[in-house]
Design a protein around this ligand. Structure first.
Ligand SMILES: Cc1ncc(C[n+]2csc(CCO)c2C)c(N)n1
Length: 224
């Protein structure tokens, strides 16, 4: 039997997934040693990231070729805007971050490059190209959540427990497998050249995910 396209993608991104787990930001959440100032910065940057992220799913509704896929993207858009963003605000409040602070966050250069890359693909590419960009965000977090939860929640920092639990949850796994099945459906019968385009988007966004950890760890700001 031919290898699934998503298995092929997983293989081509494997070295990066391991690098995520070794990143000091991720390790610091896992063992509770991450400076809460870095985490606060991350929460603010992630909030503005999620706004564009919701738009990507809205593009999915537009690009879908069948009603079932439109429903899937519409459900995720709705969930992001009405549930996840609210959870994010509530969680941020526990770090003393107000809604105003979240909303006034100026995206750092890396954040902007990452979201605008995906939005550009969403606007000009196919649904398959968009899904190739979305997979690393979901797979990466599900992978990290699961591995950190397996290692045990950090006793020294209870504030990080909910973050780990959220990404280690069954819902996250389910979403990851839904998107993977869609990727496989969309990639069925495409040419080698088209596969290469999808792989390129997948690897670029996989790298951007790593750079987002890097950005948050160093609390990067515009240099000028
Ligand atoms: C930079 C960045 N990348 C990925 C995620 C993870 N994420 C955001 S929404 C979502 C799906 C749940 O509907 C997932 C997995 C994040 N938070 N921030």
């Amino acid at each position: 039997m031919q290898e699934k396209f998503t298995d092929y993608l997983l293989r081509s991104g494997k070295e990066y997934w391991e690098r995520y787990l070794q990143h000091p930001f991720v390790q610091g959440i896992g063992d509770g040693t991450l400076d809460t100032a870095s985490f606060r910065y991350y929460m603010c940057q992630d909030y503005v990231y999620l706004i564009d992220y919701a738009k990507l799913y809205a593009y999915g509704v537009i690009k879908a070729r069948d009603l079932h896929t439109m429903e899937l993207f519409s459900t995720v858009t709705e969930g992001l805007l009405h549930t996840e963003m609210e959870l994010h605000r509530q969680y941020a409040a526990r770090f003393g971050i107000t809604r105003e602070e979240l909303e006034q966050t100026e995206p750092a250069p890396m954040n902007l490059a990452y979201t605008k890359y995906m939005l550009s693909v969403a606007q000009t590419g196919s649904l398959a190209e968009l899904v190739a960009c979305l997979l690393p965000c979901i797979w990466g977090y599900a992978h990290i959540g699961k591995r950190l939860a397996e290692a045990g929640l950090p006793e020294s920092q209870p504030l990080y427990h909910d973050w780990i639990r959220m990404y280690a949850s069954e819902e996250m796994d389910e979403m990851a497998s839904q998107m993977a099945s869609l990727m496989d459906e969309l990639a069925a019968g495409i040419s080698v050249a088209e596969r290469k385009v999808l792989e390129k988007h997948f690897i670029i966004t996989t790298k951007f995910e790593y750079m987002f950890w890097e950005m948050a760890y160093h609390q990067q700001v515009w240099p000028i």
